[in-house]
Design a protein around this ligand. Structure first.
Ligand code: ZN
Length: 385
């Protein structure tokens, strides 16, 4: 029988624990296996929020997570009355949002079983929001289960994490990602293999790449950059190309969403509202939203540049493999001819050094260094023989 846990790629070690908890939650016994607060952590793309949502489905499904019944489907699409999924696009989850959530979930579950709250970015809770949440988690005897997701356990406030059971997801293997792209998303085997390989186990990115031609052609342009670093002038040009591509990619995906959000907000205030205080209120809220959107786009550009730098690192990784005479598969196997040619004119000791300067650039970007200057400095380093 198929189950909601089938799509948790490469996470067999936690699926058994979750299934045990679901079974224990039914038996009514005071079993140690079921508890009411959990933290799911894992590297980006490992699917920590998918794991939390699957667990939520299994807890409310009469068949322990069949994936096909009404309960399972409505939980997955966010319309089940007993399952709340808190997602944030912003930089933080504020205390007002948590208070509002707590009033919503104060009632007993409508179906009589469990009420489940998934918080996708628990690392973005402000301190006061986390404290408000802590009170709810500490409350004994409720039928609410809290599922928090974060990159690492340390991203969750100590007071909260001490009350939660911790489950750590792994980066899934390339084969596992390939299989899920074929089975779940109907992607052709060749494309699935390519996308899984170059995304290095990041399922979301693999799917994005496999289903998006412009993203694939942008990636191709990025991967050509190391071959074009013949002079300092070329290095500066390469930096500009990389930043331009990343910026366009981030803007295209955020513009449409930004517009929709503003529209929705204006609707909430009543578009035809003529009252003076109403109009000022709406204008103020729109301004606030636009500020939030701007910071989100800035973050998306940085994420996009970071993704491009990770791609570049795979080029030098492949160069190193060929230099060492390793016959194992290349990440960029479609570039084998170019890489072999490149290796002949490239000193063997340099590839490790190139990988570490890429890592340095990523660290500087994460600490808010200016993107273009950081990329220029990086490309100049990469251009050195
Ligand atoms: Zn079901």
């Amino acid at each position: 029988m198929s189950s909601v846990f089938d799509d948790l790629v490469g996470q067999e070690h936690i699926i058994d624990i979750l299934k045990g908890a679901v079974a224990a939650s039914r038996s009514g016994s005071d079993s140690q296996e079921m508890t009411h607060a959990w933290v799911f952590t894992g590297p980006p793309g490992s699917g920590r929020s998918s794991a939390a949502v699957a667990f939520a489905q299994a807890l409310i499904c009469p068949n322990q997570g069949c994936g096909a019944c009404n309960e399972c489907r409505s939980a997955a699409t966010g319309v089940h009355p007993d399952v709340e999924v808190i997602r944030t696009e912003g930089l933080s989850i504020k205390v007002e949002e948590i208070r509002e959530l707590l009033t919503r979930v104060a009632w007993a579950p409508s179906m009589g079983g469990w009420r489940v709250v998934v918080i996708e970015d628990a690392d973005r809770l402000t301190e006061s929001a986390a404290n408000a949440l802590l009170k709810a988690i500490e409350e004994p005897g409720t039928r609410t289960v809290w599922l928090l997701c974060a990159p690492t356990f340390h991203d969750v406030l100590p007071t909260i994490r001490s009350r939660c059971r911790h489950l750590q997801l792994r980066t899934p293997s390339i084969q596992a990602v390939t299989q899920v792209l074929i089975r779940r998303d109907n992607i052709s085997p060749t494309m699935a293999d390519f996308a899984a390989r170059v995304s290095q186990g990041h399922i979301g990115r693999a799917k994005f790449l496999a289903t998006n031609e412009s993203v694939r052609s942008n990636r191709k342009l990025i991967m050509q950059l190391p071959l074009q670093l013949g002079s300092l002038a070329a290095a500066f040009q390469a930096a500009q190309i990389l930043v331009d591509i990343a910026t366009t990619e981030a803007h295209t995906s955020s513009e449409e969403r930004d517009e929709k959000e503003v529209e929705k907000l204006q609707e909430a205030y009543g578009k035809g509202a003529t009252g003076r205080s109403m109009a000022t209120g709406a204008a103020k809220a729109v301004k606030e939203l636009e500020k939030e959107q701007k910071s989100r786009t800035t973050r998306m550009v940085r994420d996009s540049i970071d993704g491009a730098l990770l791609d570049l690192a795979t080029f030098y990784r492949d160069v190193m493999m060929v230099q060492q005479g390793n016959n194992g598969p290349l990440i960029n196997s479609d570039m084998r001819a170019e890489i072999e040619k490149y290796v002949s004119s490239f000193p063997a000791h340099a590839s490790v050094q190139k990988m570490s300067v890429i890592l340095e650039a990523r660290k500087r970007l994460a600490m808010n260094a200016a993107p273009l200057v950081t990329c220029e400095a990086l490309m100049c380093e990469l251009a050195r023989r």
